[in-house]
Design a binder for this molecule. Structure first.
Ligand SMILES: [Zn+2]
Ligand SMILES: [Zn+2]
Length: 392
């Protein structure tokens, strides 16, 4: 799972991204599938309980490097640490075989910047497979666009680590083999790696599909206890999309978030500092329960409905007896000629997409004005800006 680094003018500029999803690079994906098969070889060797314990320990510790390091630190800067600790956290992250910290955090920032929009690297609107592993195995996001992660790309040791990201996992694998034998390698290392991958990937796929929404965010993120249990507290994904810069993702006492507990412990012994807590005044705002306009879900349902309708209209206009000009008439309002989109050659669909984008624009404005009104009534005028800026 090597990733190349490109210089800032990289091709993954989201504004240039085409909507169509890229194909999976099956040849480059061979190591990924080989790692999945490796634990099966354990049937032919002796496996001890220590190997299973090693599997659990490597899962938990490497998950911590991903959640506390790659995610909450490198992607969101939700706390601070010294340069040596920062490097160790990044190195620990590389042992999880999820590419380098710059690649991981850079792409994750795009996920927050364009959540469930065209620039989102792994939105489930492109299908479950794509959001789970498809995007990682595709040719589209192989390189690292350093403009998304300029702050950390400025550290030469992190750029070096990015280049030599294979050193950590290979050293760990050999260490397991030398000290614990084949059982330690196959169960301790490979099985925990596979579980770790899918545990992490579930945050990208499942938490935008299943669970509850507490906050009206502009995306489809949900909160899920099950995913929180699997990922060391990353299942409170709706909380996280609402306040991305918060170091804690569980906002209540019962929202299990061990990554945060450990970070608090590390702060107590001064390894990390400046843990950013969610501002208390924001925790009670933008609640779906209180009637905040849920633009994220509205957009999602609307797009799905529009896609089905669009396909039907395209079907109709493809039939010989339905000339394309007339085919657009039934869907009405935008066919008056005022709409610039209506002049495009594929008329029925573009008229529809013009209509859709106008409806979504008004919905966005409505959502923004709801937020403003709520802010006004609560008397916290900086609230929304703080949450908007919180992502980086
Ligand atoms: Zn998300
Ligand atoms: Zn995030």
């Amino acid at each position: 799972m090597n990733g190349a680094i490109t210089e800032p003018a990289g091709s993954s500029n989201p504004s240039e991204m085409d909507r169509p999803v890229d194909r999976t690079d099956w040849v480059a994906a061979i190591p990924f599938f080989a790692v999945h098969l490796a634990p099966l070889a354990a049937f032919f060797v002796e496996v001890t309980w220590q190997d299973w314990l090693l599997c659990a320990v490597l899962y938990v510790t490497r998950m911590f490097f991903i959640t506390a390091g790659y995610h909450r630190y490198f992607s969101h800067r939700s706390y601070r640490m010294g340069r040596a600790a920062q490097f160790l956290m990044a190195f620990g992250g590389t042992t999880a075989l999820q590419k380098g910290p710059l690649w991981w955090a850079g792409h994750h920032r795009l996920h927050h910047r364009y959540s469930d929009l065209d620039g989102d690297v792994h939105s489930p609107r492109d299908g479950f497979w794509w959001s789970h592993v498809g995007w990682i195995l595709s040719t589209k996001y192989k390189t690292t666009d350093l403009t998304t992660i300029k702050d950390f790309a400025a550290y030469p040791e992190l750029r070096l680590l990015e280049r030599f990201q294979w050193v950590g996992p290979w050293a760990l694998a050999f260490g397991c083999l030398l000290i614990g034998g084949w059982g330690a390698l196959l169960i301790g290392f490979f099985l925990s790696t596979v579980l770790l991958w899918h545990g992490t990937f579930l945050v990208n796929s499942m938490t935008h599909l299943f669970g509850r929404r507490r906050y009206a965010t502009a995306d489809t993120s949900r909160n899920s206890m099950i995913i929180a249990l699997i990922t060391g507290g990353e299942g409170w994904h709706n909380n996280h999309h609402y306040l991305p810069a918060s170091v804690r993702q569980g906002f209540t006492w019962w929202e299990y978030d061990p990554t945060w507990y450990v970070l608090r412990g590390l702060a107590a012994i001064h390894v990390v500092s400046d843990l950013k807590d969610p501002p208390a005044r924001l925790l009670d705002q933008a609640r779906v329960r209180d009637g905040a306009f849920d633009i994220g879900m509205f957009r999602s349902y609307w797009e799905r409905a529009a896609k089905v309708t669009g396909e039907r209209i395209a079907d109709l206009s493809a039939r010989p007896m339905a000339p394309s000009a007339e085919a657009s008439a039934p869907i009405g309002p935008a066919a008056t000629g005022e709409d610039a989109d209506a002049c495009l050659p594929d008329e029925p669909l573009s008229t529809l997409s013009g209509l859709i984008s106008r409806v979504l624009e008004s919905a966005d404005q409505l959502a923004a004005s709801t937020r403003r009104t709520r802010k006004g009534t609560k008397g916290s005028s900086r609230a929304s800006e703080a949450s908007d800026h919180a992502s980086e």
